[in-house]
Ligand binder design. Structure first.
Ligand SMILES: NC(=O)c1ccc[n+]([C@@H]2O[C@H](COP(=O)([O-])OP(=O)(O)OC[C@H]3O[C@@H](n4cnc5c(N)ncnc54)[C@H](OP(=O)(O)O)[C@@H]3O)[C@@H](O)[C@H]2O)c1
Length: 208
């Protein structure tokens, strides 16, 4: 699958390495430009490109950047794209965003509102990058870590759930984008590496 990754840090860099190693055609971009990605490209086999190059050809685009940078992304570029939102809102890093501070809106809904026309799916936001890198296990392994996947487009969600499984994690359907607050920071499933039953219980137990 052609996968574009925006952000080459902890999460973007990890997904670049892992998805490339699985045989996907991965292209990656960051804020400093392709020349800063020479080492990551050489190590992973992924292509480094500009934002436009990385998004245009991609079937799936992962956004793994500080949430405050999302409004800088040109929405038209993402029209019709399947976008995986791996971001979290941290006020101390991202500044005050009124709708997110009072939690009246999930951060993925806020992102989808910016990327109008994109099919946004929330995934990979609740696992530490280091565990995403090395804790994947074959399907059926007892205690396999599960990741919640939320979104409004059922087909898009299935594609992302398939990638989660390929990466070595059980995928749990976490409902719609508006329900994705259940996997945000400070919820039972955030950073806790639960198995599939544990994720389902944690999503149900989350309180606004
Ligand atoms: N760290 C984790 O374990 C973890 C786990 C789950 C979710 N997350 C979430 O994932 C997101 C990324 O976190 P991270 O830890 O990977 O951050 P990070 O290591 O600081 O990396 C951020 C990346 O975003 C790039 N970037 C910033 N603004 C950009 C823009 N306008 N266009 C393109 N690229 C841009 C940066 O580019 P440069 O390299 O050029 O600076 C950098 O590569 C955050 O929302 C975070 O909350 C993190």
């Amino acid at each position: 699958m052609e996968i574009g990754i925006i952000g080459s840090g902890h999460i973007g860099g990890t997904l670049t390495r892992r998805l490339s190693s699985l045989g996907h055609d991965v292209a990656v971009t960051n804020s400093r430009g392709p020349q800063s990605l020479t080492d990551l490209a050489a190590e992973s086999g992924a292509r480094a490109g500009t934002l436009e190059e990385v998004v245009q050809g991609a079937e799936v685009v992962v956004v793994a950047i500080p949430l405050k940078a999302v409004p800088q992304l040109p929405a038209a570029l993402f029209d019709g794209k399947l976008v995986v939102d791996a971001n979290n809102y941290y006020p101390q890093r991202d500044g005050d965003v009124a709708e997110l501070l009072d939690r009246s809106l999930s951060s993925s809904r806020w992102t989808a509102d910016h990327l109008k026309g994109a099919r946004v799916v929330k995934a990979f936001n609740n696992i530490q990058a280091a565990h995403l890198m090395d804790q994947g296990k074959p399907a059926g392994t007892a205690g396999r870590i599960a990741l919640p996947v939320a979104g409004d487009d059922a087909d898009a969600k299935q594609v992302v759930m398939g990638l989660v499984d390929e990466l070595g994690f059980d995928a749990v359907d976490a409902g719609t984008l508006d329900e994705s607050w259940r996997q945000q920071p400070d919820t039972p499933v955030y950073g806790t590496d639960r198995d599939a039953d544990g994720v389902r219980e944690g999503l149900a137990a989350a309180r606004p």
